[in-house]
Design a protein. Structure first.
Length: 328
C-alpha cells in the first residue's frame, strides 16, 4: 500500500467514525431529552391527583355555597382555584364537632371593610382560631403568610381574600369580602414568575410551578414542577334545570347565560361537573423547535396559545380530568 492510499484510507475511516459518533451523540441526546420529558410529565401528573381529590371533596364540613371558587385568568392567564380546606375536619378525630355544629369547618364573621371579627356560634368556649379543636390555630400570623379564606358570598369579587394579619379573634384581609361564614381555603395557582401578587409568596424562589397554599404550607413549597397553565371550566345548572358551561373557549365577561367566563352570582351548589386542564412543559428547550408552532404553549379553554420566545421550543403535554364534586 502506498503512502497516498494509506492517507486516503485514514481519511475515509475518520469520516466514517465522525459520522458514527455524530449519530450516536444525536441519539443519546434525544434519548436523554425524551426520558427527562417523560419523567417530568409522570411525576407531575401524580401530584395533579391531589388537586383532583381536593376538588372532588370540595364542600366537606361546610355549606355547599362556600365549597369552592374559580377565578378566571382571562384570555392570557392561568385560572386560580380556591377550595375550602377539606382536611380541616377529620371524621374520626372531630366526630363531636361534626355532630354539634351545622358548619364544622367554618366560623361566623362580622366585617368592617377588610377587618373581620370571628366567632364560633355553635361553641362559645372554643377559640375561633382553632376551628377543629386540635390545639393548633388554623390561621397563620407570620409575615410570610400566604393563606386565604373563602366565604359564602355570592359576589365573585367578594368571595375569597388573602389574610394579611391576625390579631386575637380578628383577621385583616387584602380585599373586602361579604357573607356571614368563612373557612380556611386551599389555593391552587400557576407561578409564572411575573404574577407575584397572587401566586408568588414572600421568600419563594421557584417559578413555572403549581403551588398549593393552605393553612400549613402557605404555598412556599411547590407541589409540581414544569406546569405552565391551569384552566378550569364548569357546568352549572339553572333554575329551570338546564345547564351551561362557564370558562370555555370563546367566553367573555361574567354573568349568567351562555358564553360567560365566570358565573355571577357564583354559586358552587349549582356546579355539576368540573373540567380541569393542566398544561405541562418539558424541562429544557430544543433549539430546533423554536420556529415550530407545534412546540409553543397550546390554547386551552379561553386562554390563547403562547407565541413568545419563552413559550416556544418546548414539548407540551395537556392533561384533562372531569370531576364530579361530591359535596355540592
Amino acid at each position: 500500500m502506498t503512502l497516498v492510499e494509506l492517507m486516503v484510507s485514514l481519511a475515509v475511516t475518520a469520516l466514517v467514525m465522525a459520522s458514527v459518533v455524530g449519530i450516536f451523540a444525536s441519539q443519546h441526546r434525544n434519548y436523554v431529552r425524551d426520558r427527562s420529558e417523560k419523567e417530568a410529565f409522570l411525576d407531575t401528573l401524580d401530584v395533579v391527583r391531589v388537586l383532583e381529590r381536593d376538588l372532588r371533596e370540595a364542600g366537606w364540613s361546610v355549606p355547599a355555597n362556600m365549597a369552592l371558587f374559580i377565578k378566571d385568568g382571562d384570555d392570557n392567564g392561568s385560572d386560580r382555584v380556591y377550595i375550602n380546606d377539606v382536611d380541616l375536619i377529620d371524621p374520626m378525630l372531630h366526630a363531636s364537632r361534626l355532630v354539634e355544629s351545622s358548619c364544622p369547618g367554618c366560623l361566623a364573621f362580622n366585617d368592617n371593610g377588610t377587618l373581620l371579627s370571628l366567632s364560633d356560634p355553635w361553641d362559645t368556649l372554643r377559640d375561633p382560631m382553632d376551628i377543629n379543636g386540635d390545639g393548633k390555630k388554623d390561621f397563620d400570623n407570620s409575615s410570610s403568610s400566604h393563606q386565604f379564606v373563602i366565604t359564602d358570598a355570592r359576589d365573585p369579587e367578594k368571595k375569597v381574600a388573602l389574610i394579611t394579619a391576625v390579631s386575637g379573634t380578628k383577621l385583616t384581609v387584602e380585599n373586602a369580602v361579604e357573607g356571614t361564614l368563612l373557612a380556611p381555603a386551599i389555593y391552587y395557582c400557576v407561578d409564572n414568575g411575573t404574577d407575584n401578587s397572587s401566586c408568588h409568596p414572600d421568600n419563594a424562589s421557584e417559578t413555572r410551578v403549581l403551588r398549593r397554599s393552605d393553612r400549613n404550607t402557605q404555598g412556599l413549597v411547590p407541589v409540581a414542577d414544569n406546569v405552565v397553565d391551569l384552566q378550569v371550566a364548569y357546568l352549572a345548572v339553572n333554575d329551570n334545570g338546564t345547564t351551561l358551561w362557564y370558562g370555555e373557549s370563546g367566553c367573555s365577561d361574567s354573568g349568567t347565560g351562555a358564553n360567560k367566563c365566570t358565573r355571577d352570582p357564583f354559586e358552587p351548589e349549582r356546579i355539576r361537573l368540573i373540567r380541569l386542564t393542566v398544561v405541562l412543559r418539558s424541562p429544557t428547550k430544543d433549539k430546533d423547535r423554536l420556529n415550530d408552532p407545534r412546540y409553543c404553549r397550546p390554547a386551552v379553554e379561553n386562554r390563547q396559545a403562547g407565541t413568545g420566545p419563552d413559550e416556544c421550543g418546548y414539548q407540551y403535554k395537556v392533561h384533562t380530568i372531569h370531576i364530579h364534586p361530591r359535596n355540592t
